[in-house]
Design a protein around this ligand. Structure first.
Ligand code: HEC
Length: 173
């Protein structure tokens, strides 16, 4: 009987756990679109563009010095794994661009209902994914070529949606 009691308790606990909803972090944007671009897309695309002039397998250059965390840990994630990470960041960033509720710097909502804009976001996800695959092959020439596609994915969207003056941004031309 004691065994049955314990068994029942376990079963009740398990079913309780499955009905309880684990709470995800709130899906609320923190930055505007330009800030997301500067925080995530800009630095990570630069890591990919670096492969045009520098082999990730080359020995690390003399550390820049300084005692901050960035200087101290500069050589932990390096070489091809760093290139892979940057490609992953770009692919994943498409979801952040397409996130509900985000505004552009000029206060207009990011045009999520605009099919062309969303197409460019999907292109970025696809290019990032392919860049990740190429990075895993460690083929420097293929990687360098891949960076042209990355630049193109940025440029195609910018030509239409990042216009000057800034009031014109985030709406179709
Ligand atoms: C789906 C469209 C889209 C794609 C793809 C895209 N961008 Fe942007 N980007 C924008 C828009 C729109 C703005 C202006 C945002 C604003 O004003 O809030 C912008 C702004 C920026 C800015 C900020 C400029 C400033 O005013 O300081 C940078 C940097 C940037 N993008 C880099 C990139 C890079 C690098 C890529 C490619 C890896 C990329 N973007 C891909 C739409 C896009």
């Amino acid at each position: 009987m004691r065994f049955l009691g314990v068994l029942l308790l376990v079963l009740v606990t398990i079913s309780g756990a499955t009905t309880m909803q684990a709470q995800a972090p709130a899906r609320e944007p923190v930055g505007n679109l330009a800030q997301v671009m500067r925080a995530i897309l800009f630095p990570n695309s630069n890591i990919l563009f670096d492969t045009q002039s520098r082999d990730p397998d080359a020995p690390p250059e003399e550390a820049a010095g300084g005692s901050g965390a960035s200087a101290t840990f500069a050589n932990i994630y390096k070489g091809w794994p760093l290139v892979e990470s940057a490609a992953i960041a770009l692919a994943e960033s498409a979801q952040l661009i397409a996130m509900e509720g985000r505004l552009c710097q000029n206060g207009k909502p990011v045009p999520l209902a605009d099919a062309a804009f969303m197409g460019y976001a999907r292109d970025l996800a696809a290019v990032g994914r392919r860049a990740y695959e190429v990075a895993q092959t460690k083929d420097l020439e293929a990687m360098s070529e891949m960076t042209n596609e990355v630049a193109g994915a940025c440029e195609n969207c910018h030509a239409e949606y990042r216009r000057y003056p800034e009031e014109n941004r985030c709406t179709a031309p």
